[in-house]
Design a protein around this ligand. Structure first.
Ligand code: ZN
Length: 160
């Protein structure tokens, strides 16, 4: 059974409380005191929790609030929220990794751009030599073979 079921209960069948009062008594070994009431405001019982159990309650509430909050955010916001919830050292390690990855991507982009511009110069030469192919992007291997052939021809002409 999941918590979304209307009949979900955390434990066995018991009288069901619909209201509660909660307070701390001041005893350092005590957690929160909760008095449960019926729908008609009749007290049912008092739950005396330990400090540890109170922390457990806080964790359950945090999980609940986190779930509610994340239901209303998109994937990017969810990712940001999860990042914010990471321990500080893990977060700073991830930020460092991200900065390094960005730097690496920039250097790859620089190399790619150089290569791309060189390719485009070669394509322009090939189109000049092959009129009517202004929209054709020649296969790269064929382009290189053609350029080498052109180079060999030029070299041969010079030695004639
Ligand atoms: Zn107490």
């Amino acid at each position: 059974m999941t918590r979304s079921d209307d009949n979900w209960r955390p434990g066995p069948e018991t009288p069901r409380a619909h209201h509660f009062d909660a307070a701390f008594c001041g005893d350092p070994n005590c957690g929160i005191h909760i008095v449960a009431f019926t729908e008609r405001h009749q007290p049912i019982c008092e739950i005396v929790t330990s400090a540890r159990q109170t922390l457990m309650l806080v964790e359950i509430c945090q999980d609940y609030l986190y779930e509610k909050a994340t239901q209303r955010v998109d994937d990017q916001q969810l990712a940001d929220l999860k990042l914010e919830l990471l321990p500080a050292d893990r977060l700073s390690a991830l930020r460092q990794e991200l900065a390094e990855a960005k730097e690496h991507a920039e250097s790859l982009q620089f190399t790619f751009d150089l290569q791309w511009k060189a390719d485009m110069r070669a394509v322009a030469r090939w189109r000049e030599a092959h009129p009517g192919n202004d929209l054709v992007l020649p296969d790269r291997a064929n382009l290189v073979v053609w350029l080498i052939e052109e180079y060999e021809k030029l070299k041969a002409e010079r030695h004639d």
